[in-house]
Ligand binder design. Structure first.
Ligand code: BTN
Length: 254
Protein backbone atom coordinates (compact mmCIF):
# COMPACT_ATOMS: atom_id res chain seq x y z
CA UNK A 1 0.00 0.00 0.00
CA UNK A 2 1.06 3.64 -0.63
CA UNK A 3 4.36 2.62 -2.37
CA UNK A 4 6.07 2.34 0.99
CA UNK A 5 9.80 2.44 1.57
CA UNK A 6 9.63 0.95 5.06
CA UNK A 7 10.25 -2.47 6.64
CA UNK A 8 7.73 -2.48 9.49
CA UNK A 9 6.08 0.92 9.83
CA UNK A 10 2.82 1.04 7.89
CA UNK A 11 3.21 -2.48 6.51
CA UNK A 12 -0.14 -3.37 8.04
CA UNK A 13 -2.82 -0.77 7.32
CA UNK A 14 -6.39 -0.48 8.53
CA UNK A 15 -8.29 2.09 6.50
CA UNK A 16 -11.75 3.45 7.38
CA UNK A 17 -13.80 6.00 5.47
CA UNK A 18 -15.23 7.50 8.62
CA UNK A 19 -14.53 6.80 12.30
CA UNK A 20 -14.95 8.64 15.57
CA UNK A 21 -11.17 8.69 16.14
CA UNK A 22 -8.31 6.60 14.78
CA UNK A 23 -6.84 6.72 18.31
CA UNK A 24 -9.80 4.73 19.64
CA UNK A 25 -9.50 2.09 16.88
CA UNK A 26 -5.74 1.88 17.34
CA UNK A 27 -6.15 1.29 21.09
CA UNK A 28 -8.63 -1.48 20.42
CA UNK A 29 -6.58 -3.31 17.80
CA UNK A 30 -3.37 -2.85 19.81
CA UNK A 31 -5.03 -4.44 22.84
CA UNK A 32 -6.05 -7.30 20.55
CA UNK A 33 -2.41 -7.77 19.55
CA UNK A 34 -1.91 -5.66 16.39
CA UNK A 35 1.67 -5.91 15.21
CA UNK A 36 4.41 -3.29 15.52
CA UNK A 37 4.03 -0.60 12.89
CA UNK A 38 0.28 -1.09 12.30
CA UNK A 39 -1.26 2.05 10.84
CA UNK A 40 -4.87 3.05 11.39
CA UNK A 41 -6.00 5.71 8.97
CA UNK A 42 -9.33 7.36 8.28
CA UNK A 43 -10.83 9.49 5.54
CA UNK A 44 -12.58 11.55 8.17
CA UNK A 45 -13.10 11.55 11.94
CA UNK A 46 -16.32 12.53 13.65
CA UNK A 47 -14.70 12.91 17.10
CA UNK A 48 -11.01 13.61 16.52
CA UNK A 49 -9.04 14.01 19.76
CA UNK A 50 -6.38 16.62 20.45
CA UNK A 51 -4.03 17.01 23.38
CA UNK A 52 -5.37 18.09 26.77
CA UNK A 53 -8.81 16.68 25.94
CA UNK A 54 -9.38 19.23 23.20
CA UNK A 55 -11.28 18.28 20.05
CA UNK A 56 -9.34 17.99 16.79
CA UNK A 57 -11.25 19.17 13.75
CA UNK A 58 -11.03 16.38 11.18
CA UNK A 59 -14.53 15.92 9.77
CA UNK A 60 -13.39 16.21 6.17
CA UNK A 61 -11.34 14.21 3.67
CA UNK A 62 -8.80 16.99 3.23
CA UNK A 63 -6.31 16.10 5.92
CA UNK A 64 -4.30 13.08 7.03
CA UNK A 65 -5.77 11.49 10.13
CA UNK A 66 -3.79 8.49 11.28
CA UNK A 67 -2.55 6.58 14.31
CA UNK A 68 0.54 4.43 14.38
CA UNK A 69 1.03 1.53 16.80
CA UNK A 70 4.56 0.84 18.02
CA UNK A 71 5.83 -1.55 20.65
CA UNK A 72 9.30 -0.38 21.68
CA UNK A 73 11.06 -2.29 24.47
CA UNK A 74 11.41 0.74 26.70
CA UNK A 75 10.37 2.08 30.08
CA UNK A 76 7.22 4.24 29.99
CA UNK A 77 9.04 7.49 30.80
CA UNK A 78 10.56 7.36 27.30
CA UNK A 79 7.14 7.67 25.65
CA UNK A 80 7.15 11.48 25.25
CA UNK A 81 10.26 11.21 23.06
CA UNK A 82 8.15 9.47 20.44
CA UNK A 83 6.10 12.63 20.05
CA UNK A 84 9.29 14.46 19.19
CA UNK A 85 10.45 11.70 16.82
CA UNK A 86 7.08 11.82 15.03
CA UNK A 87 7.27 15.61 14.87
CA UNK A 88 10.69 15.49 13.19
CA UNK A 89 9.42 12.88 10.71
CA UNK A 90 6.41 15.06 9.84
CA UNK A 91 8.52 18.22 9.53
CA UNK A 92 10.98 16.43 7.26
CA UNK A 93 8.13 15.03 5.11
CA UNK A 94 6.51 18.46 4.80
CA UNK A 95 9.83 19.92 3.75
CA UNK A 96 10.46 17.25 1.13
CA UNK A 97 6.98 17.13 -0.37
CA UNK A 98 6.08 20.84 -0.33
CA UNK A 99 9.39 22.70 -0.07
CA UNK A 100 8.04 24.64 2.93
CA UNK A 101 10.33 24.97 5.94
CA UNK A 102 8.16 24.38 8.97
CA UNK A 103 8.95 24.94 12.64
CA UNK A 104 8.34 22.56 15.50
CA UNK A 105 6.83 24.05 18.63
CA UNK A 106 7.54 21.89 21.65
CA UNK A 107 6.38 19.26 22.14
CA UNK A 108 4.26 18.44 19.18
CA UNK A 109 2.99 21.22 16.99
CA UNK A 110 4.27 21.87 13.51
CA UNK A 111 3.79 25.46 12.53
CA UNK A 112 4.33 27.54 9.46
CA UNK A 113 4.23 31.32 9.76
CA UNK A 114 3.00 30.76 13.30
CA UNK A 115 -0.03 28.73 12.17
CA UNK A 116 -0.60 25.10 13.00
CA UNK A 117 -0.25 22.53 10.22
CA UNK A 118 0.13 19.38 12.28
CA UNK A 119 -0.67 18.04 15.73
CA UNK A 120 0.61 14.88 17.36
CA UNK A 121 -0.94 13.00 20.25
CA UNK A 122 1.03 10.15 21.80
CA UNK A 123 -0.84 7.80 24.12
CA UNK A 124 0.79 5.13 26.22
CA UNK A 125 -0.41 1.76 27.40
CA UNK A 126 2.13 0.32 29.75
CA UNK A 127 3.18 -1.08 33.09
CA UNK A 128 5.45 0.45 35.73
CA UNK A 129 8.61 -0.69 33.98
CA UNK A 130 7.69 -1.20 30.34
CA UNK A 131 5.71 0.12 27.43
CA UNK A 132 3.12 -2.31 26.07
CA UNK A 133 2.33 -0.12 23.14
CA UNK A 134 2.27 3.49 22.07
CA UNK A 135 -0.34 5.03 19.85
CA UNK A 136 1.06 7.97 17.94
CA UNK A 137 -1.78 10.01 16.50
CA UNK A 138 -0.85 12.34 13.68
CA UNK A 139 -3.19 14.94 12.21
CA UNK A 140 -2.02 17.00 9.22
CA UNK A 141 -3.97 19.75 7.54
CA UNK A 142 -3.24 19.06 3.89
CA UNK A 143 -5.74 20.44 1.38
CA UNK A 144 -8.09 22.56 3.47
CA UNK A 145 -8.91 26.07 2.41
CA UNK A 146 -9.27 28.71 5.09
CA UNK A 147 -13.08 28.43 5.00
CA UNK A 148 -12.86 24.70 5.78
CA UNK A 149 -11.63 25.43 9.32
CA UNK A 150 -14.08 26.10 12.13
CA UNK A 151 -14.39 29.78 13.03
CA UNK A 152 -12.41 29.58 16.29
CA UNK A 153 -9.29 28.08 14.65
CA UNK A 154 -9.27 30.04 11.37
CA UNK A 155 -6.63 32.42 12.66
CA UNK A 156 -4.36 29.79 14.19
CA UNK A 157 -4.61 26.86 11.77
CA UNK A 158 -3.39 26.49 8.22
CA UNK A 159 -2.87 23.75 5.65
CA UNK A 160 -0.10 22.63 3.32
CA UNK A 161 -2.20 23.75 0.35
CA UNK A 162 -2.78 27.24 1.77
CA UNK A 163 0.89 27.72 2.59
CA UNK A 164 2.41 26.17 -0.54
CA UNK A 165 -0.20 27.56 -2.91
CA UNK A 166 -1.01 24.21 -4.51
CA UNK A 167 -2.80 20.93 -3.72
CA UNK A 168 -0.56 18.40 -1.97
CA UNK A 169 -0.70 14.62 -2.40
CA UNK A 170 -1.79 12.92 0.84
CA UNK A 171 -0.27 9.62 -0.32
CA UNK A 172 3.14 11.20 -0.91
CA UNK A 173 2.99 12.81 2.51
CA UNK A 174 2.08 9.51 4.20
CA UNK A 175 4.91 7.67 2.40
CA UNK A 176 7.47 10.20 3.56
CA UNK A 177 6.20 10.44 7.12
CA UNK A 178 6.35 6.66 7.52
CA UNK A 179 9.76 6.48 5.87
CA UNK A 180 11.27 9.11 8.16
CA UNK A 181 9.47 7.86 11.23
CA UNK A 182 10.98 4.42 10.71
CA UNK A 183 14.41 5.86 10.03
CA UNK A 184 14.40 7.97 13.21
CA UNK A 185 12.83 5.22 15.29
CA UNK A 186 15.63 2.81 14.29
CA UNK A 187 18.24 5.51 14.97
CA UNK A 188 16.67 6.17 18.36
CA UNK A 189 16.65 2.50 19.39
CA UNK A 190 20.32 2.21 18.35
CA UNK A 191 21.78 5.50 19.52
CA UNK A 192 19.26 7.04 21.91
CA UNK A 193 17.72 10.48 21.70
CA UNK A 194 20.92 12.56 21.41
CA UNK A 195 21.23 12.54 17.57
CA UNK A 196 17.52 13.26 17.24
CA UNK A 197 17.74 16.10 19.68
CA UNK A 198 20.11 17.89 17.31
CA UNK A 199 17.69 17.36 14.45
CA UNK A 200 14.75 18.45 16.58
CA UNK A 201 16.52 21.63 17.62
CA UNK A 202 17.21 22.46 13.97
CA UNK A 203 13.44 22.74 13.49
CA UNK A 204 12.61 24.38 16.80
CA UNK A 205 11.84 28.00 16.18
CA UNK A 206 11.83 29.25 19.73
CA UNK A 207 15.23 28.49 21.25
CA UNK A 208 16.66 31.60 22.92
CA UNK A 209 13.32 33.42 22.82
CA UNK A 210 11.00 34.50 25.63
CA UNK A 211 8.54 31.71 26.41
CA UNK A 212 5.55 31.03 28.64
CA UNK A 213 4.72 27.44 29.60
CA UNK A 214 1.28 26.75 31.02
CA UNK A 215 1.27 23.54 33.03
CA UNK A 216 -1.48 22.05 35.17
CA UNK A 217 0.18 23.50 38.25
CA UNK A 218 0.75 27.01 36.91
CA UNK A 219 2.69 29.24 34.60
CA UNK A 220 6.44 29.45 34.06
CA UNK A 221 7.90 32.22 31.97
CA UNK A 222 11.48 32.88 30.96
CA UNK A 223 13.74 32.03 28.05
CA UNK A 224 13.53 28.79 26.05
CA UNK A 225 16.89 27.05 26.34
CA UNK A 226 16.29 23.80 24.45
CA UNK A 227 15.43 20.24 25.26
CA UNK A 228 17.31 17.60 27.23
CA UNK A 229 18.45 14.23 25.94
CA UNK A 230 15.14 12.94 27.29
CA UNK A 231 13.11 15.44 25.29
CA UNK A 232 12.18 17.57 28.31
CA UNK A 233 11.84 21.31 27.68
CA UNK A 234 14.24 23.60 29.56
CA UNK A 235 13.30 27.15 30.48
CA UNK A 236 15.48 29.66 32.32
CA UNK A 237 13.19 31.72 34.50
CA UNK A 238 13.68 35.39 35.36
CA UNK A 239 15.72 34.51 38.47
CA UNK A 240 18.13 32.43 36.35
CA UNK A 241 16.82 29.06 37.53
CA UNK A 242 16.57 26.29 34.96
CA UNK A 243 13.11 24.71 35.00
CA UNK A 244 12.34 21.30 33.50
CA UNK A 245 8.97 21.13 31.73
CA UNK A 246 7.46 17.70 31.15
CA UNK A 247 4.06 18.67 29.85
CA UNK A 248 2.63 22.08 29.02
CA UNK A 249 1.16 24.37 26.43
CA UNK A 250 3.72 26.90 25.36
CA UNK A 251 3.48 30.35 23.97
CA UNK A 252 6.09 32.73 22.58
CA UNK A 253 4.86 36.17 23.58
CA UNK A 254 5.78 38.82 21.06
C1 BTN B 1 -2.97 18.16 19.12
O1 BTN B 1 -2.26 18.97 18.54
O2 BTN B 1 -3.71 18.49 20.05
C2 BTN B 1 -2.92 16.69 18.69
C3 BTN B 1 -3.84 16.38 17.54
C4 BTN B 1 -3.79 14.94 17.10
C5 BTN B 1 -4.79 14.64 16.02
C6 BTN B 1 -4.68 13.25 15.46
S1 BTN B 1 -5.65 13.00 14.00
C7 BTN B 1 -5.36 11.29 14.05
C8 BTN B 1 -5.43 10.88 15.51
N1 BTN B 1 -6.80 10.59 15.89
C9 BTN B 1 -7.28 11.47 16.77
O3 BTN B 1 -8.43 11.45 17.24
N2 BTN B 1 -6.33 12.36 17.10
C10 BTN B 1 -5.08 12.11 16.38
Amino acid sequence: VFGLETKTIGRHVLYYDSVESTQIIAHKVAREGAQEGTLVIAGEQTGGKGRMARPWHSSNQKGIWMSLIVRPMLPPEKAPQFTLIAAIACAKAIEEVTGLEPNIKWPNDILYNGKKLTGILTELQGEADKVNFLIIGIGINVNQKNEDFPEHVKDIASSLEIESGQPVSKVKMIQKILKYFEKYYVLYMEKGFAPLKILWESYAGGIGKPIIARTITGEISGTAIGITDEGILLIEDHEGNIKRIYSADIEFPS
